[in-house]
Write a protein that binds this ligand. Structure first.
Ligand code: ADP
Ligand code: ADP
Ligand code: MG
Length: 684
């Protein structure tokens, strides 16, 4: 076994690999970019070396620098994680030339599977079923258009070198083909440096079911069952589970054997995933093979009681697979939810910022040597801690929340409980959305297909609900108690002076105060304003919401407080919750929900006006990839003006009204900052 390895990645996967290495007594070397100097993966490894600026191209994708660091630190092998260099065959070759073991498959297998088109040709020969389509070399636009007509719409265009749900376009009809092709090729070249595309029949209501395969250098190749990753947004996975619901033993064996055949066809070694797209009747087609560890590997670990990173290390060191096919069993059910810094209400727009407050459910701390499949049932794999930032440079994933249950029902219940305990303040996160998703009828009854989120849009994105009275009362109590403490702290000179205190003491009359809060949690929804009236009394308060039609003043009292955790009584109801203050906003976590109540402090100066004039601004930092309007051009409402790329997505900035473009402020290739005006626009 290796004595020291280098981990050529960042975030949760680097921490994940380091955890297993530590458990096996293997020393670890981290590499990091300037943006990650204080990152968790740097802290959990034995050594860490700076390899360059924030941009991945200048750091995590610099194979030459990484190899030099491995040599200099005496690492014997490199674990690439996923993303970055993990599927880069040249990098695997360069490792071998430098006398380092690449912890992954042979470069030849990566090459064979690296292009979706070439992989499909190979699988055709190995008699693995394929989705009807065209995956040849001819890239002429008219030719591809005719092929799409032949396949029949809707057609899916895919970047042959694509990954991460990027570089895909659904084309509904022949007239829309050329535009979609251009946009697909643009994304393909900018993301993967290769604009080759393939076309496939776009299946209706399919499921994404993938098989975990593992092979060693001694010729053994097995499958560790399947994962269902049908719940996706923008062709990216949101929830993953194992085993796949409603999978018969026969179908499982058929898919497992097809996956092993695919792996054997390319001389595979190590961990790999064969992705299939399946019809509701169970028929399945090869989609692609990911020649690396997969983001969602923990659900497989949880149901098989294995540590797949340990298996990777053993296989890379020349050892045989730890288990044979007939020694593997499925125990219970596991579900993973990807917790992202993003705003589901704004089309899943990634969000950046600092995790100013982070509280997680009780979980096995995997980094401290927790065993996969541990009966506590909850595992969190994360690369960030409270105080860390989600930057625009990398994937906006905050954590993977993984739960295990004796059956799917128990796993689901644990997932919704764990999500209720997850608290994030400082940036938009998808927790509430995930909670609605796992609690929704469709997922609960395993009515799965890749369109689940879109089809259930109305229940997954409900209209803004009025904030619970208890949440408003908790915010009010937290505010008043904080004022009390602040005034006690600065009492010093004027201690005992009732006029100088914030206790609400007023001569002879009960003091009634109006607190104004705005609930703006789901930023895309219209904010709701609340006027909370609090009357101070000797030992408690009277609480009222005069703007609510049937509101009655109710007795409000503080039962106990421990730091940010409050227990209050409102009328006859007890409320428990945490209240975290971030600037003027009170984040109230109660009853499994998160309310962000902005306090409109009458003492603070009035907010700045937010009129942007006629400027259209960048929704986030990123790169301009297309400018579709020029100075002086008249445009119609909804016309695309500028396309930006940021955080693995294209964002289109469209005309808000009919009007005229007065000025274009950036050109293709320019990097722009969050909120930068992109165009000057004049409404007609
Ligand atoms: P990536 O490399 O980005 O993972 P995949 O080829 O694996 O690309 O496809 C990603 C997702 O896109 C799939 O999980 C599925 O939801 C959807 N998809 C891919 N091919 C098809 C298809 N032919 N019909 C319908 N949906 C598809
Ligand atoms: P999986 O099926 O394992 O989710 P994906 O194709 O979605 O595989 O990609 C795996 C992961 O690799 C992504 O979740 C992302 O974190 C990372 N990744 C993909 N593309 C990039 C990229 N261009 N830069 C950095 N990381 C990437
Ligand atoms: Mg895929």
């Amino acid at each position: 076994m290796f004595k020291k390895i280098l981990i050529a990645n960042r975030g949760e996967i680097a921490c994940r690999v380091a955890a297993t290495a530590r458990r096996l007594g293997i020393k670890t070397v981290a590499v990091y970019s300037e943006a990650d100097a204080n990152a968790k993966h740097v802290a959990v490894c034995d050594e860490a070396v700076l390899i360059g600026p924030a941009a991945a191209k200048e750091s995590y994708l610099r194979g030459d620098k990484i190899i030099a660091v491995a040599k200099a630190t005496g690492a014997q092998a490199i674990h690439p994680g996923y993303g970055f260099l993990s599927e880069n065959a040249e990098f695997a070759d360069a490792c071998a030339e430098a006398g380092l073991v690449f912890i992954g498959p042979p470069a030849s297998a990566m090459r064979a599977m690296g292009s979706k088109s070439a992989a499909k040709s190979l699988m055709e020969k190995a008699a693995v079923p394929l989705v009807p389509g065209y995956h040849g070399d001819n890239q002429d636009a008219d030719f591809l258009n005719r092929e799409a007509d032949r396949i029949g719409y809707p057609v899916l265009l895919k970047a042959s070198a694509g990954g991460g749900g990027k570089g895909m376009r659904v084309v509904e009809n022949s007239a829309a083909f050329k535009d979609a092709l251009a946009s697909c090729k643009r994304e393909a070249i900018s993301s993967f440096g290769d604009d080759k595309v393939l076309a496939e029949k776009y299946l209706q209501r399919p499921r994404h079911i993938e098989i975990q395969v593992f092979a060693d250098t001694l010729g053994n190749c097995i499958y560790l069952f399947e994962r269902d990753c049908s719940v996706q947004r923008r062709h990216q996975k949101v929830l993953e589970e194992a085993p796949a619901p409603n999978m018969s033993a026969e179908r499982r064996a058929a898919m497992g054997e097809a996956a092993v055949a695919a792996a054997k066809a390319v001389g595979y070694v190590g961990a790999g995933t064969v992705e299939f797209i399946a019809n509701q009747d169970g028929s399945f087609y090869f989609m692609e093979m990911n020649t690396r560890l997969q983001v969602e590997h923990p659900v497989t670990e949880m149901i098989t009681g294995t540590d797949l990173v340990e298996w990777q290390l053993r296989v890379a060191a020349g050892e045989p697979l730890p288990k044979k096919q007939d020694e593997l069993r499925i125990h219970g059910h596991a579900i993973e939810a990807r917790i992202y810094a993003e705003n589901p209400e704004k089309g899943f727009l990634p969000s950046i910022g600092t995790l100013r407050h982070l509280a997680t459910p009780d979980a096995v701390n995997f980094e401290l040597g927790g065993i996969p499949g541990h009966p506590s049932g909850v595992r969190i794999d994360s690369g960030v801690r409270e105080g860390d930032a989600i930057s625009p440079f990398y994937d906006p994933m905050i954590a993977k929340l993984i739960v295990w249950g004796a059956d799917r029902k128990q796993a689901l219940a644990r997932m919704s409980q764990a999500l209720a305990q997850y608290q994030i303040v400082g940036l938009a996160a998808n927790i509430a959305f995930l909670k609605r998703l796992v609690e929704g009828e469709a997922f609960a009854t395993a009515d799965l297909d890749t369109g689940l989120i879109e089809r259930h849009h109305d229940t997954l994105f409900p209209a803004a609900q009025p904030a619970a009275q208890g949440a408003l009362a908790l915010a009010a109590v937290a505010l008043i108690e904080a004022e009390k403490q602040a005034s006690a702290a600065q009492s010093g000179a004027n201690a005992g002076d009732p006029w100088g205190s914030a206790l609400g003491w007023r001569m002879n009359t009960a003091y009634t105060r109006s607190l104004s809060f705005t609930d703006d949690y789901a930023a895309a929804l219209p904010a709701k304003a609340y006027n909370v009236q609090v009357t101070y009394r000797d030992a408690d308060w009277l609480f009222n919401l005069p703007s609510c039609p049937d509101a009655q003043p109710e007795r409000l009292s503080l039962m106990s407080q421990q730091g940010a955790d409050f227990s209050i009584k409102l009328g006859d109801t007890a409320w428990h919750g945490s209240v975290r203050r971030d600037g003027d906003t009170f984040h109230v976590f109660t009853g499994g929900a998160h309310y962000a109540l902005a306090y409109n402090d009458p003492m603070a100066h009035a907010g700045e006006t937010e009129a942007e004039g006629g400027r259209l601004t960048a929704p986030m930092p990123g790169k301009v990839v297309a400018v579709l309007a020029e100075k002086g051009q008249a445009v119609k409402k909804g016309d695309a003006l500028v396309i930006m790329e940021a955080m693995k997505m294209e964002h289109t900035i469209s005309a808000p009204h009919d009007g005229v473009v007065e000025e274009v402020l950036y050109a293709v290739g320019d990097q722009v900052t969050d909120g930068a005006p992109l165009l000057a626009f004049k409404a007609a």
